[in-house]
Design a protein. Structure first.
Length: 333
């Protein structure tokens, strides 16, 4: 409302005029008459229209900049139908919401990591007659005799080696497109996950923040990332995984029953199984993150079903995913 009681609709044009008026009053000390203003001006401006014209242009540019600042950092109303109305406020609110979601998820993952480590080393069952070291030696020997332990459960044998496949899947997803915007490198955590699994990857997930497309796409590739993005690597990984999946599927009922008993008594089997489950549950997020950077939208429903198929889905995705774009459109930036 104006002092006269009339409604005043503030538009970009009126804001520009108001900003120019404020700039004029500030520049000439509040003098009202034209002669007084001209008297305060420098002589070369007082008698030259060309100089006055250029001065007005400069003042207009300053007013436009001031208007943009008002539009960005204030709540000035805009005319109805203005395509920029509220855009900056919406963008800033969306960014703040996204940052809050990332912080909450990071704290949740950190809590999961701490709870999982506490459970694994303190509360997990440890009543198996065969020591974990003996089981590990037998697994590394692919079931060969080790201190009287002559047979290894085929289901657990497959699960143990599939943990390596899961680490390679995460390497193929994190190193090319899973970069963190806070410059925390992913490769040390991926390398450690070959031996520690979830215990190595969860700390990286807890500090990870999304990167802009310009930080991922169009960047120079190392030899490692070129290998991880190659179709030969994806097919080799699929063959390796399929081999051990078949061993577990055709192990028989007796092997699955023995595996359930091991899970209830052996700490090594118990923690490895939980580790494998956590990695499987977190894989869909990183598949979708990778697909977003690659603009993979040609799969239809396959795009929303494939990531959620345990282990097999991410490996199939690695075989059919497109290459990273080398250029970034303005709308993507």
């Amino acid at each position: 409302m104006t002092p006269t009681g009339r409604n005043l609709q503030v538009t970009p044009l009126t804001c520009c005029r108001a900003a120019a008026a404020v700039d004029w009053r500030r520049r000439w000390g509040g003098l009202s008459s034209c002669s007084e203003r001209m008297g305060r001006r420098a002589p070369e401006h007082a008698c030259g229209k060309k100089n006055l014209y250029h001065d007005d242009n400069a003042r207009g540019r300053r007013s436009n900049r001031r208007l943009l600042e008002l539009r960005r950092f204030s709540a000035l109303p805009t005319e109805e139908g203005d395509p920029l109305a509220g855009a900056d406020a919406i963008d800033s609110t969306a960014v703040a919401d996204d940052e809050n979601v990332v912080r909450i998820s990071n704290l949740g993952i950190l809590a999961l990591w701490a709870g999982f480590a506490l459970y694994a080393f303190v509360f997990s069952p440890n009543a198996a007659s065969v020591t974990d070291r003996t089981m590990l030696e037998s697994i590394l020997n692919f079931g060969a005799a080790s201190e009287g332990y002559t047979s290894i459960n085929k289901v657990f044998l497959s699960e143990f080696w599939l943990m390596g496949s899961s680490s390679m899947v995460y390497a193929s997803l994190l190193l090319p497109t899973g970069k963190s915007s806070n410059n925390v490198p992913a490769w040390p955590f991926v390398l450690a996950s070959v031996f520690l699994g979830t215990f190595a990857l969860l700390p990286y997930f807890a500090v990870w923040t999304p990167s802009k497309p310009s930080q991922v796409c169009g960047q120079s590739k190392t030899v490692v990332t070129k290998v991880l993005e190659s179709k030969l690597w994806a097919r080799s990984l699929a063959a390796y995984t399929g081999c051990f999946v078949c061993i577990a599927l055709f192990a028989g009922d007796a092997s699955w029953q023995a595996f359930s008993e091991l899970f209830a008594k052996s700490r090594f089997t118990h923690v490895t199984t939980l580790d494998f489950s956590v990695l499987t549950l977190m894989a869909p997020f990183w598949v979708l993150n990778d697909a977003e950077y690659r603009k993979w939208n040609k799969g239809g429903m396959l795009q929303y079903v494939l990531p959620f198929l345990p282990l097999i889905g991410p490996i199939v995705y690695l075989n059919i995913r497109p290459k990273l774009p080398t250029t970034i459109g303005a709308e993507t930036q």
